[in-house]
Design a protein around this ligand. Structure first.
Ligand code: HEM
Length: 379
């Protein structure tokens, strides 16, 4: 009880609950440290606004030369076409294509993408000061549609770019993350959306003080025909039976389900997305094992409000738990793992890295074994 209770008391004394990382001493905290208060958090201004659909295929300018142009016209065209060639060459270079062959990105090229994602995450105008949590949720929802029996869904394809998948209720709000990453896709044309979204989720976890997540490229983008049916992602109003049905379908066991759920240390619920409201922890832009500690050590009661059934912490009424979160301590098997992770942050980080890395690879027929471990900006 001690540490969380102390933190809660300390936090509750701070005017309007400014979020501060709890007891952990992680250097990336300074990057991800939120500066906005809970009450001011629903502001979502200053967002970039890119189209979330597939990237436009590069301009296919058609050059028509009327035969009657004559010599002057031909000379003019010569100059024009040389310019055209030069600019096509420049843009091919910018997009990573090298003359004489297909561009094969190296680990350094992916690290550049990582660095660009890391650069974008912090934004004091958005939520608790970081896009990190919503980017993690994008990576998870793009991957968590996997069905091991039919081998459909998963991170291959990035089919959430298309309706109907983009309109599935569970994906509400993820356009924010897709739009944010569109700028990176435009800069690094060679990367697939499916590799980009999963790499960005890895970057977000690492930049928010979480463990290194080994990652490998190789996902290919699909088309609308590969969209998964609605209902493959978990419904937060349900119980442990539902949680198991959803995650067993992806191929995870009880321990991995609990490890993955620790991502709810990050971010918050939004009334205009899921209908639920509020953050799970006092440090929603830092990955810690506080989610498990708070689950066990706080008293939780039903929130009295005109919204979907959710829990609030009795002492400050500023934190929340979903019915599915509470199922992790009601169920004996799940609870065992909640207790292990509450006691041992290193164990949580190790198991989270394993399970999250696997989640991001669901449904991908990789050709290469080699995985990359990216440098965090704080390394
Ligand atoms: C039973 C399983 C789960 C359920 C029912 C669930 C449900 C939800 C809901 C309702 C939200 C709020 C969305 C919003 O209103 O913006 C949310 C947010 C979030 N979820 Fe989950 N989730 C589950 C598992 C996971 C897993 C496995 C991960 C990652 C490994 C994850 C990562 C996140 C993150 C980071 C957010 C915060 C997003 C933000 O701040 O915008 N969740 N989840």
């Amino acid at each position: 009880m001690a540490s969380v209770a102390r933190t809660l008391t300390r936090a509750s004394k701070q005017a309007s609950f400014s979020f501060t990382p709890l007891r952990r001493n992680i250097t990336t905290a300074t990057r991800a440290r939120p500066t906005t208060s809970i009450t001011a958090s629903t502001k979502q201004t200053g967002r970039r606004s890119y189209a979330s659909g597939g990237s436009p295929s590069g301009g296919s300018s058609k050059i028509v030369i009327p035969l009657s142009l004559g010599l002057i016209g031909a000379a003019g065209y010569y100059a024009y076409s040389n310019n055209l060639l030069a600019s096509a060459f420049a843009s091919a270079q910018a997009s990573g294509l090298k003359t004489g062959g297909v561009f094969t990105p190296t680990k350094d090229d992916f690290q550049k993408v990582y660095n660009d994602v890391a650069e974008l995450l912090e934004n004091n105008e958005y939520d608790d000061g970081s896009y990190g949590p919503v980017v993690v949720r994008l990576g998870w929802h793009a991957s968590g549609t996997y069905d091991k029996d039919t081998k459909t869904g998963g991170s291959n394809g990035a089919t959430m770019r298309f309706a109907p998948e983009s309109d599935h209720g569970a994906n509400a709000g993820l356009k924010t993350a897709r739009d944010l990453l569109e700028g990176i896709k435009q800069k690094h044309h060679w990367i697939t959306y499916s590799d980009l979204w999963t790499l960005a989720a890895v970057a977000a976890i690492q930049e928010m003080g979480g463990p290194k997540i080994p990652w490998r490229p190789g996902r290919k983008d699909g088309d609308v025909s590969a969209c998964t049916p609605d209902g493959r992602l978990p419904d937060a109003s349900k119980d442990q039976k539902h949680i198991r049905a959803i995650f067993y379908r992806m191929g995870f066991n009880d321990q991995e389900i609990v490890a993955l759920s620790g991502a709810h240390a990050l971010g918050r619920c939004h009334t205009d997305r899921s209908g639920f409201d509020g953050p799970w922890t006092f440090s929603p832009t830092m990955l810690t094992n506080d989610y498990y500690k708070l689950l066990l050590e706080e008293k939780w009661s039903w929130k009295k409000w005109n919204g979907p059934k959710q829990f609030e912490d009795v002492s400050t009424k500023s934190l929340m738990m979903l019915p599915t979160d509470m199922a992790l301590i009601k169920d004996k098997e799940f609870r065992k793992h909640v207790e292990r992770y509450a006691k041992d942050n290193d164990l949580f980080f190790k198991d989270f890295a394993d399970a999250f890395g696997r989640l991001l690879e669901l449904g991908v027929p990789f050709e290469k074994e080699e995985k990359f471990i990216f440098k965090s900006t704080s390394d």
